[in-house]
Design a protein around this ligand. Sequence first.
Ligand SMILES: Nc1ncnc2c1ncn2[C@@H]1O[C@H](COP(=O)(O)OP(=O)(O)OP(=O)(O)O)[C@@H](O)[C@H]1O
Ligand SMILES: [Mg+2]
Length: 259
Amino acid sequence: MIEQTAIETPSVYTDSTDELLIDIRDLRKSFGKNAVLKGFNLQLHSRENLVIIGRSGSGKSVLLKCIVRLERPDSGLLNVLGRDVPSLNQTEMDLLRADVGFLFQGSALYDSMTVRENLEFPLRRHPEKLRDIDIEQLVLEALDSVGLVYAVDLMPEELSGGMKKRVALARTIILRPKIILYDEPSSGLDPITAKEIIKLILDIQEKYNTASLIITHDMDFARIIANRMVILVDGINYAEGSYAALNNSDDPKIKAFFK
Ligand SMILES: Nc1ncnc2c1ncn2[C@@H]1O[C@H](COP(=O)(O)OP(=O)(O)OP(=O)(O)O)[C@@H](O)[C@H]1O
Ligand SMILES: [Mg+2]
């Protein structure tokens, strides 16, 4: 059993006026004998960019999927925007999903749909019916935020990897979520395109005032974007702190993540 290490007061950028948006306590999730999350804790506040790092297979994607109930935890508290996720009915869950955007690892666009149709998808699924004219406007606004209005009628196969990420990002923000979950937003992109994505994420956050939970392997990305970082090791939040504080740690398990 690994003990949690406190690096410094964690909430570097939060103050008492910030709202608690996600509260996760003692979260456990196993697949058969494979215990992935073993008592994980996490708090996300408004205005935060919280970066989670962890080795491949440590459970980062599983954690995000639990937050939007694509996976169900075995036990623990999982509260998102004041709602107890495991006990919500389907309509309540659909409403909550509109407030929690998810940028999937890989872009997860629907290959048989145009960019426009991909963006319309979450709008048409939303429990509150929108008028066609409003849908058109939201699609174009979201594409404008990522600089891709001209690609509205293209198919995913006609897009580069960076463009796919941007379309996926547009689809993520189209319902104006309060929280955005990013699973490896820069993976598979060249460093320059990855920087453009970072800039977009920061622009979007400023424009829509979202809080973000960001999973990344990319430490340059983490250094630029994180107000606070959590290191997931052996199923728990092993360490928390600013990039600088964690970077100065002498703990070999933490040092392993930094060059
Ligand atoms: N649906 C599933 N059924 C069974 N095992 C699963 C399932 N989803 C994830 N796992 C297992 O849970 C563990 C954590 O997977 P997860 O995808 O969360 O890793 P990750 O930290 O996101 O890794 P990466 O950095 O490679 O994306 C892995 O051992 C994986 O095999
Ligand atoms: Mg993953």
